[in-house]
Design a protein around this ligand. Structure first.
Ligand SMILES: NC(=O)c1ccc[n+]([C@@H]2O[C@H](COP(=O)([O-])OP(=O)(O)OC[C@H]3O[C@@H](n4cnc5c(N)ncnc54)[C@H](O)[C@@H]3O)[C@@H](O)[C@H]2O)c1
Length: 458
């Protein structure tokens, strides 16, 4: 299995200091298992780095919150815009983050106490409250707008026709509104959008997946370089493909400056900023709808629950650690396309791994066995995935790769909050189609028991 890391390449390439990734803040390279950081006067931007005004749409979420703290810690001015829809979906699903996340108001207050830095928070629906969005952009005058504000779970998007429609309405309208708002606000802000590796599809493509654009030979032998064909595997992934077309259109029509980041599956929980105060803790999803694969396995391993591997576990996916998500965003912000340039596209992953190999790693580590269950998803049972991530590496990212030593941070978090786990939420609860639902009919949510029941009582 090809691992997509690029340390050596990154070190060999010269770049101007202002463009290089420079971890001068408290977020220097991790030992993740033992966060022991304190703020010090040298944190933040060096003299060569430009301070930016950054609006973070979806800044209350799993990726958005640690990214907002990271950017603030680095010395940028940060404004979070979030309608808290993710917290409302938890209520609808009867689920909750394993970690007890504080309200946005408490979070930003805690950050101010800990760091002395202010993050603004505004509760605005990007997909529906258009005039408010335009006004916020006019008032804040952002250099960059990072767009995390979408319904992001493929399983949730496939749950019912209601969640399919919600996912399309929310995600596509939000992205369209953002482009219109930047135009109406008459501002040259750089949009940085979180897309997904899933836009390329998860079949075996037979070669390396390039970053966004692919060389093709059209009928008649005409050579061209076009957006990589879209091949979504869920309604959620389809919205990211539709987003990509919107970006292409608004760049062409209005010369918007846009970067689309095709991100892999994010793992980990906390970052050096979120551990500074319990009120800053990041959310941790472990349920069948929102839990991402490695985090689910780590949580199951720590709880003594057999790992829920879907199908043969032959699916190969891209992965990235939550701390690298934040680093990549800053690199993207610091390297905007010029006005008139086509949409910049990066593959935001550290490496690719096969699901059953990850299950084996976690099983070895925890002594919990892997349980191969029917696959709720309509997808290739086995696929290869070879992905280029050279652009981020060339700009200085030295990605964190899967290492069992780094699993400790997640395991520690799970053990700390295990009394908050509802085992009935662990099995898949959304099925791609009728056939998949029938195949999964034997899965009984009530059959899942935590290893040490006494220990999980609060
Ligand atoms: N988590 C991953 O593994 C992963 C992988 C690849 C890509 N991504 C992408 O990264 C982005 C963030 O993912 P996440 O895991 O942090 O998800 P999340 O659900 O935890 O965060 C998304 C945030 O956006 C907010 N939001 C949603 N719709 C909104 C709207 N209309 N107006 C205002 N706020 C809105 C939600 O309340 C939530 O706080 C998503 O676009 C997702 O597709 C995530």
């Amino acid at each position: 299995m090809m691992k997509t890391t690029c340390t050596i390449l990154a070190m060999a390439i010269w770049m101007p200091a202002s463009l290089a990734f420079s971890p001068t803040s408290l977020t220097s390279r991790l030992p993740l298992s033992s966060f022991d950081f304190s703020l010090n006067a040298e944190n933040g931007l060096n003299g060569l780095e430009e301070k930016k005004r950054v609006m973070v749409l979806g800044g209350d979420g799993f990726c958005g919150w640690p990214t907002s703290l990271y950017l603030s810690d680095r010395g940028h001015d940060v404004m979070i815009v979030d309608n808290l829809s993710r917290r409302k979906i938890d209520l609808d699903l009867g689920c909750d983050s394993l970690t007890p996340i504080a309200s946005p108001e408490t979070r930003v207050q805690a950050w101010k106490e800990v760091s002395g830095k202010e993050i603004q928070f505004h509760n605005v629906d990007v997909a529906k409250e258009y005039d408010l969005l335009v006004q916020l952009i006019k008032d804040f005058q952002p250099d960059s707008i990072v767009h995390f504000a979408e319904q992001r779970a493929a399983p949730y998007s496939m749950k019912t026709s209601k969640t399919k429609r919600y996912t399309v309405d929310n995600n596509v309208s939000g992205s369209n509104n953002l482009c219109c708002a930047v135009i109406d606000a008459e501002i040259d802000a750089h949009i940085v959008h979180l897309g997904t590796m899933g836009v390329y599809g998860y079949g075996t493509s037979g070669g390396e997946i390039p970053e966004g654009y692919i060389d093709v030979i059209l009928p008649g032998g005409r050579e061209s370089n076009i957006l990589h064909p879209a091949y979504p595997g869920s309604v959620y992934h389809a919205t990211k493909c539709l987003d990509a077309l919107l970006w292409q259109f608004y760049q062409k029509n209005d010369q918007l400056r846009i970067t689309d980041l095709h991100q892999g599956i994010v793992w980990g929980t906390n970052t050096p900023q979120t551990v500074l105060d319990e009120r800053l803790v990041n959310r941790f999803d472990y349920d069948g709808d929102y839990g991402t694969v490695l985090n689910r396995f780590l949580m199951q391993g720590a709880m003594g629950v057999p790992l829920t591997v879907y199908g043969t576990g032959g699916q190969t996916r891209g992965f990235i650690h939550i701390s690298d998500t934040a680093r990549c965003i800053e690199i993207a912000i610091n390297n905007p396309p010029a006005k008139g340039d086509r949409v910049e596209i990066f593959n935001q992953i550290a490496e690719t791994r096969r699901v059953r190999d990850i299950a084996e790693m976690v099983a070895k580590l925890t002594g919990v066995e892997a349980n191969f269950i029917p696959n709720p998803r309509q997808e290739a049972a086995e696929n290869e995935l070879d992905v280029s991530n050279r652009k981020f590496c060339n700009l200085g990212l030295d990605p964190i790769t899967l290492d069992t030593g780094l699993f400790d941070e997640v395991t520690e978090i799970v053990k700390k909050y295990k009394h908050r786990c509802d085992p009935k939420k662990i099995l898949p609860a959304s099925f791609w189609n009728k056939k998949r639902a029938e195949e999964c009919a034997t899965l009984d949510p009530n059959s899942i028991e935590l290893k040490d029941k006494e220990a999980v009582e609060p």
